[in-house]
Design a protein around this ligand. Structure first.
Ligand code: 5AD
Ligand code: SF4
Length: 448
């Protein structure tokens, strides 16, 4: 039996798809990249913006007709769009067998078995007190050096534009003991780098009685032998505690890189977004971070064209990009999400204006990113090798602790070629900066 999985959206969904692969591996399903040879097609969807939602309908338009040649093919849609639409998705797309919600991931194998027996469409989208699937542990693929670990799911922030709390449910933190056990298992399987995932990791454990804080959880993960690098995402600026900021100095394995979504630079817009901080208090957090980790690499999310955003408001977003000097940004045109507060906001920004602001925002950031990368030239960075580079020919690729991509040729020392494998760590001198990556040369000891 073969399973084909298509994943849209965030790292959380990528992580969930790994769990689905694992669940079905124990039932004898092999992953395939060819949808036409699959016995089971799973689409793991995202509804944060309208675009990935539209992608789902075009994918179903391609996959449902495959059932004519393969009547036993089962098609399932999960994730945020499934949660939002429920059985209405099956009414709109006849031939779609299963709709499973964001708390039902672990039930998917049972749902597939039931559909194979009854040949009737099924949907399962109830919210549970403890989201099912959180405890499903995906085994890392052969040779993998990095892994994602979900530490919490859901969100209680209800930013006015965001559908996540509506489709992922209330914030739920996994027990720290289960997280530690999973990271230990990953380290024993050869994983060197973990990314701890949650919609708002800074508030980990705060609402679970007797649970430890996120900074304490990091400390426990830090103690696990074999784990060399720790990352986490996503942080909410309003919950970025001093305890967490100081973890960057006390935990050497905690990488100096942080995704800190700013969304907008205008206080008026931030207020209507319900973000709970101002541009000045955001900058204060950044300054505090940079005082303790001067070289920390920051990335962010930006929304342009939020209802009521004037040109002057937008200029403040651009000014924040200049002030912070992010490595990279993820920028989006505001997209109205049904059921959110902002869906009722008036004073919408015309699409052409949003497009223009997005282009200006990305144009400015391209220059800033380029300057950040150029400033690395001449420095020596510790690179964790992820595998051969796309160029091949004995070229390798890896990331610095700041998560910057570095490509470098295999070094040939005076005596012998040095063997390289994923998971190795090298000191690499940066010799050139490109648009999105760096080029370097391994620093080989004089005696080698
Ligand atoms: N429109 C545009 N972007 C959005 N995001 C969340 N909701 C919307 C929306 N309605 C963006 C935010 C968030 C990222 C994951 O997606 O920037 O941080
Ligand atoms: Fe959405 Fe805001 Fe929660 Fe992030 S913090 S998931 S933007 S509601």
């Amino acid at each position: 039996m073969k399973i084909f999985i298509e994943t849209y959206g965030c790292q959380m969904n990528v992580c969930d798809s790994g769990k689905i692969t694992h669940l079905f591996a124990s039932q004898g399903y092999q992953p395939t990249r060819d949808s036409r040879s699959a016995d089971l097609i799973v689409i793991n969807t995202c509804s944060v913006r309208e675009k990935p939602e539209l992608k789902l309908f075009s994918a179903l338009g391609r996959y449902i007709p495959l059932k004519r040649q393969r009547p036993e093919l089962v098609i399932a849609v999960g994730g945020c769009v499934a949660q939002q639409w429920g059985e209405k998705l099956q009414q709109r797309c006849p031939g779609l067998d299963i709709v499973f919600g964001t708390h039902q991931l672990d039930h998917l194998p049972e749902l597939v078995t039931a559909v194979r027996q009854s040949h009737k469409a099924l949907n399962s989208t109830d919210f549970l007190d403890c989201p099912g699937g959180l405890e499903v542990m995906a085994r890392p693929g052969a040779g993998a050096i990095s892994a994602m670990v979900t530490i919490m799911q859901g969100c209680d922030n209800f930013c006015s534009y965001c559908i996540v709390p509506h489709v992922r449910g209330r914030e739920y933190s996994r027990a720290s003991a289960a997280i530690i056990e999973e990271v230990r298992m990953l380290a024993a399987a050869g994983i060197k780098e973990v990314m701890l995932l949650g919609q708002n990791v800074n508030s980990y454990g705060l609402k679970a009685s007797g649970e430890i804080s996120f900074a304490k959880l990091l400390k426990l993960v830090h103690e696990i032998e074999g784990i060399e690098r720790i990352r986490f995402t996503t942080s909410h600026p309003k919950d970025m505690s001093d305890e967490l900021i100081s973890a960057f100095t006390t935990l050497p394995k905690l990488c100096p890189s942080l995704h800190l979504p700013m969304q907008a630079g205008s206080d008026a817009v931030l207020k209507r977004m319900g973000r709970g901080y101002t541009a000045a208090s955001y900058l204060e957090k950044v300054e505090k971070l940079r005082r303790v980790v001067p070289d920390i690499a920051l990335t962010t999310d930006i929304i342009v064209g939020f209802p009521g955003e004037s040109e002057a408001d937008f200029q403040q977003t651009l000014s924040m990009l200049e002030k912070v000097g992010y490595d990279q940004i993820y920028s989006f045109k505001y997209s109205t999400r049904p059921g959110t507060r902002a869906a009722d906001y008036e004073d919408v920004v015309a699409d052409a204006e949003k497009r223009d602001r997005l282009a200006r925002c990305q144009g400015l950031q391209d220059k800033i990113s380029q300057a950040v990368l150029l400033a690395q030239v001449g420095k020596v960075a510790e690179v964790l090798v992820s595998g051969p580079s796309k160029r091949g020919e004995d070229e390798w690729s890896g990331r610095t602790p700041e998560s910057r991509i570095v490509n470098f040729p295999a070094p040939v020392s005076a005596r012998a070629a040095v063997k390289i494998a994923a998971g190795d760590i090298f000191q690499v001198k940066i010799v050139k900066a490109f648009k999105h990556s760096l080029r370097g040369e391994v620093v080989v000891d004089a005696g080698s």
